[in-house]
Design a protein around this ligand. Sequence first.
Ligand SMILES: Cc1cc2nc3c(=O)[nH]c(=O)nc-3n(C[C@H](O)[C@H](O)[C@H](O)COP(=O)(O)OP(=O)(O)OC[C@H]3O[C@@H](n4cnc5c(N)ncnc54)[C@H](O)[C@@H]3O)c2cc1C
Length: 379
Amino acid sequence: MLLGLLFDIRLQRQYERLRSMALPSPFSSPTLKTNPCGSSRVPTTSSVSHHHHFLTCPSGGEPSPHRKKSQSLVVLGHRQGQPLIENCILCDRKCLRELSSWGIGGPCRYFLRTSGASQLVAAVRYCRERCIPFLVLGRGSNCLFDDRGFDGFVMLNRVDQLELTEPGVYRVGSGFHFNRLGVRCSAEGFSGLEFAGGIPGTVGGAVFMNAGADCQETGDVVDSVEIVTMDGELQVLRRSELAFGYRWSAFQDMKDLAAIVAVTFRLTPSTAATERQRAFLERRRRTQPIGERSAGSVFRNPSGAEMSAGRLIELAGLKGFAVGGAKVSNVHANFFVNFNGSTSQDMLALISHVKESVDKKFQIELKEEVKYVSHRTQM
Ligand SMILES: Cc1cc2nc3c(=O)[nH]c(=O)nc-3n(C[C@H](O)[C@H](O)[C@H](O)COP(=O)(O)OP(=O)(O)OC[C@H]3O[C@@H](n4cnc5c(N)ncnc54)[C@H](O)[C@@H]3O)c2cc1C
C-alpha cells in the first residue's frame, strides 16, 4: 500500500514535469500529431470483437513510416519505476468477474490498479518491454470477459483527477466515473453531459465508445483527448481528429493507442441541466432493468432500420428468453442480464441465438455494441 503510494507520487512528479515540458496545453492550439498506426491488430474468436493490445517488442519491429516524432517525449526514463511497478502487480489473483458489470469472467494473468496517469504510462511501458498483451479497463460496463479469463495484463484505470480550467471546461482523468461527472456538471449549471447520469462507466470508456443517450453523445462535448501511445508518448488529439459517430470513435480502430489518459470537455451554461437530467434518469428507471447485472445495450441500433434493436428482439418474441444463467431482460429486450451465475458461454450463446432469430424474422443483421475479451490474443 505504502509502496504503491510512494510509487505513484514519484512517477506522478515525473509525469507532470515531462508533460509540462512535452505538451502544449489543450487550450492553446497544440500542434497535433496524426494518428500513427504501428502495432498489429488482434484477431478475435467471435464477431463480438474487442480491441486489446498486442504488443510488438521494441527491439523487434520497424518503426512505422507514418509515425511523426514530434514534441511529445517518451514519458519516463528507460528503467524508471520498473522495480516498483513489479511490486504492485498481482499475478493470477484477480478475477475479472469482480470488474465487470455482468459479473462474468475468469482470472487475468497480471493485474494493476492505476490511480495516476504516470502509473498508467509506466504499466504500458512495462507490458511493451515484455511483449505482454494488455487491456485498459474502466468500469467493465461494456465488456464480456471469458470464463477462462484473460491471458495478459489488465490495467484497471482509476485515474480520476478533475480540474475546472474555465467556466464549463472540465479536464478530467480518464478513470473518473462518468455518471458522477454528468451529475456534477449538470448541478454546476452546464449542459452537454446530462445523459451521463446513470451510465456506470468511466470517462475513458465513454469516449472510447462514444457513449450516448437521450439525443446526446460524449463526442459532442469533447474538446480534446490526451492519450499515451504504444511508444509511451503523450499526444493531444482534438475532437475533429476523432471521427465520433454512433457508438464509434477513432480510438476503436487506433492501433497505436495504448490508453486514453485525460479528456477535456467543453460544456454550455444552462439553468435547465439538472431538470433535464432528472427526466432522463426517470426514463431510465422506467425502461431499464436497474439493479440487475447487465452491460447496457448488447446490440447497436441497426442503421437505416425503422426499429431499435430492442424492439426487433421484442417482436421476435425473445423477451425473457434464457440460456443457462443469461436472459433477455423482461424490461428492455436489448439488455441481457446475468440472472443466475451466467458463464461467458451462456451469454455468447444467447447473443448468437438472438442474432439468428432477428435475422431470420426481419433479415436484419444485428451488430454487437458490447466488447468480447477473448482469453488469448493471436497474431
Ligand atoms: C446499466 C447500464 C446502462 C448503460 N447505459 C448506457 C447508455 O445509456 N449509453 C451508452 O452508450 N452506454 C451505456 N452503457 C454501456 C457502458 O456503460 C458504456 O459503454 C460506458 O461508456 C463504458 O465505460 P467503461 O469504463 O465501463 O468501459 P469498459 O467496459 O471498461 O471498456 C469498454 C472499452 O473501452 C476501452 N477503454 C476503457 N477505458 C479506456 C481508456 N482509458 N483507454 C483506452 N481504452 C479504454 C476498453 O479497453 C474496452 O474496449 C450502460 C451500461 C450499463 C451496465
